[in-house]
Write a protein that binds this ligand. Structure first.
Ligand SMILES: *Cc1c(COP(=O)(O)O)cnc(C)c1O
Length: 338
């Protein structure tokens, strides 16, 4: 049995076709702007995501950081969710490196931030306060999809208050596939979007940051400042081009596999499935706290990898097919039958 690694969609290995594209990439010095494959990917990404320009960066964390450094200056503030990746799990980079203050607010059960609350947290123009510059949303957030109407309302709010709007779109392609729209329909509502190539899109590394020409020029400067300028990085860009061409529409398979997993696990006494969470490639489950470690160990003995935490996030991706899902269900079922 092949390994069924449900811990994250970051664990995928490049497919044989992707490796071929990488091996054959034409490369140059990207800091000089001379890597033809990077230039091709950036042009393609701008088009695909409905913006003037794009920048290839090393990671999603770096993409969000560059966006915050570009939109905000020292003493400015961005509003985001309490559980937002760019607040909780990026080491406080915007504050550490940019002197930018986060204003986190509660994330509702559907993944949205209540817009009335966002509005209430915009600071008055008065020297007692940080200057609120930006609203940052995340889509998908914990596997949940923000509705188009909601994102449009957020755009309106930002226009009314003169705020920029950023999307942490690490998994925005999953959101687009779930909504049945082109990624540009979502991305064009924002001033900037970061899109991970290294998650559901199946690349070994890389994130795209898209926005206006001016925004990307400034982000490119910040990328150099934080040490993110890379040289013959066309090898990574080639994987990105392959992924944008071949790995977006197929995410429907990952979403179907997540539903298959949720349906299978729902029949197991001992596993509590959060059905509301199953909108894209994630399934959140709970097992009894005193069984979490043992459960994960038993899964691993049968070549199924899960994290040892509650709620436990199970993630489907390119390297897991329907047989793998059925195997995982069987292994988890047998743990509670024993
Ligand atoms: C993974 C992730 C990031 C960061 O990406 P890295 O490439 O791991 O730095 C940012 N935002 C969200 C929502 C993510 O899931």
């Amino acid at each position: 049995m092949q390994l069924v690694d449900l811990r994250s969609d970051t664990v995928t290995r490049p497919t044989p076709a992707m490796r071929t594209a990488m091996a054959e990439a034409d490369v140059g010095d990207d800091v000089f702007g001379e890597d033809p494959t990077v230039n091709r990917l950036e042009a393609m990404a701008a088009e695909r995501f409905g913006h003037e320009a794009a920048l290839l960066v090393s990671s999603g964390t770096q993409g969000n950081l560059l966006a915050l450094l570009t939109h905000c200056g020292r003493g400015d503030e961005y509003i985001c969710g309490q559980q937002a990746h760019n607040y909780r799990t990026e080491g406080g980079g915007a504050a550490v490196l940019g002197g930018i203050q986060p204003q986190p607010i509660k994330v509702e059960a559907d993944g949205t931030l209540e817009l009335a609350q966002v509005e209430a947290d915009i600071k008055p123009h008065d020297f007692h306060y940080a200057r609120t510059r930006l609203l940052s949303l995340e889509n998908t957030i914990s596997g949940k999809v923000l509705p188009l109407d909601y994102m449009r309302a957020a755009r309106d709010l930002c226009d009314r208050h003169g705020l920029a709007l950023h999307l942490d779109g690490a998994r925005v392609c999953n959101a687009a596939v779930a909504l049945g729209v082109e990624p540009a329909e979502i991305a064009s509502l924002f001033d900037s979007v970061s899109i991970c190539l290294s998650k559901g899109l199946g690349c070994p590394a890389g994130t795209l940051l898209v926005g206006s020409r001016d925004f990307v020029a400034e982000a490119r400067r910040w990328r150099k400042v934080v040490g993110g300028g890379m040289r013959q990085v066309g090898f990574i860009a080639a994987a990105g081009i392959h992924a944008l061409d071949h790995h977006i529409d197929r995410m429907e398979t990952d979403h179907a596999n997540a539903r298959r997993l949720a349906d299978g696990l729902a029949r197991i006494e001992g596993i509590d499935v959060d059905h509301n969470s199953v909108q894209t490639n994630m399934v959140f489950v709970n097992v009894a706290p005193d069984q979490v470690e043992d459960f994960a160990a038993q899964c691993e003995r049968h070549r199924v990898l899960v994290r040892t935490r509650n709620p436990n996030r199970l993630v489907t991706h390119l390297d897991i097919d329907a047989d793998g899902i059925d195997h995982a269900i069987e292994v988890m079922s047998s743990y509670f039958d024993a």
